[in-house]
Write a protein that binds this ligand. Sequence first.
Ligand code: C2E
Ligand code: MG
Ligand code: MG
Length: 380
Amino acid sequence: MLATVAQRMRDVIREPRLLGRRGGDEMVALIADLTRPEVAVEVAQALIRSIAEPVQIFGIEVSVTPSIGIAFFPQDGADLDTLLNAADAAMYQAKESGRRTYAFFTPAVARRVDLRLRLEQRLRKAVETHDFKLHFQPLVSLADGKMVGAEALIRWNDAELGEVLPTEFVPIAEESGLVVGLGEWVLKDACRARQVWRTMGLDVPPLSVNMSGVQLRQLGCVEALLDVLVQHDVQPAEIEVEVTETGLLDTSAVARENLIRLRNAGVKLALDDFGVGFSSLSHLRDLPIHRLKIDRSFTVECMRDARTLTIVKAVIEMARSLGISVTAEGIETQAQQTWMQHLGCDSAQGFLFARPLAPEEFLKLFLDKRGVGRERSLMH
Ligand code: C2E
Ligand code: MG
Ligand code: MG
């Protein structure tokens, strides 16, 4: 594939222009005879057209989607390193705007790159110093309003950057590999919380922790997880692991194997954010899943779109007949609760019942609602 792409690029980038491979799948073209800036765009378009043509490899049709970043000498960089970094940043910009396209290095790109680098540096530090907190959000049974579980959600309040949202930093943690250390801390902290509750004699329902696909693909991640449980005297059944569909997209053999081993060890598995991205019903059949979490966007959408409703109905029915418990995520209104209850969801999570709470607040809520009777319900 590389050789084919290189040959095609060579056909576009002819002497006196230079073409080189920087490593992996990154190529660099140096166009020293640039008469007008528009020429760079023409070259980029020609490259995209020729690279994107499908290739036959061992009888299989393969196509690649190139992303091109363009930087100009000397305004974007007066030395080689700076110029290459600028082109690199512009390429990432192109990737983000949907691939198969090109982008220029601009001040806006420069700012974003700076911000991202800074975020990653701060995050690295936070992972080293465990500068995080866990909040807990109850999972509520739609049958009687009782708390049937709680999800541990990470919070990061950085001394320099302030409060950073998980939706901002978790993807960066995943790309940089920091998510492994982060995930380890989350699990340990969740186990420590359970230890504290146990010494208080409290029977708090199982805690769910989110696990990134990056973690799941690590060899030895199951042993590491089980080790932490043993160290904290926490039973596998007290912890549920949430994985997202996107994390499983390329369900590698290792990830699948690890899911099965987790399940065999007695750890329950939830498929998170169902309905976002490439939801696949085959995951329900093939993976040892205990719970399906229907994404908030699906809930909102199915209340106003008949086709989505049909899909959601079918998914819930199928899950239930496979013995998979169904949780509706992000329930904010009474109407959403009634709707999802009616569609057959077993439980729900959302601001209507409780926001993610700091440990002390969570404990207070648990103590308030403990026991039996309707007044103990988290439902309205
Ligand atoms: P998630 O696992 O799907 O978590 C649910 C998210 O929905 C949480 O956002 C929660 O605060 C939010 N939420 C709950 N109820 C409602 C509601 O009624 N309305 C709305 N609009 N939102 C609601 P949060 O805490 O910002 O986390 C976002 C995502 O970041 C999580 O989505 C999860 O994918 C990831 N994440 C959070 N903590 C961790 C972690 O410890 N490890 C990993 N790998 N990922 C995490
Ligand atoms: Mg989750
Ligand atoms: Mg979710």
